[in-house]
Design a protein. Structure first.
Length: 47
């Protein structure tokens, strides 16, 4: 199995694109949980 095939498999099954409006939540936020009301009002996400 070539590295290209392995990479393609990982991209299809493991790696996912994160929508822009959620990338701050995924990578820059220290909170472990936000309900929808908190998420809507989040100043860091809305920047």
């Amino acid at each position: 199995m070539s590295l290209t095939v392995i990479k393609q498999w990982f991209q299809r099954h493991i790696v996912q694109e994160i929508p822009t409006d959620l990338s701050v939540c995924e990578f820059d936020c220290q909170a472990t949980y936000c309900d929808y009301t908190i998420w809507q009002k989040c100043e860091q996400r809305q920047k």
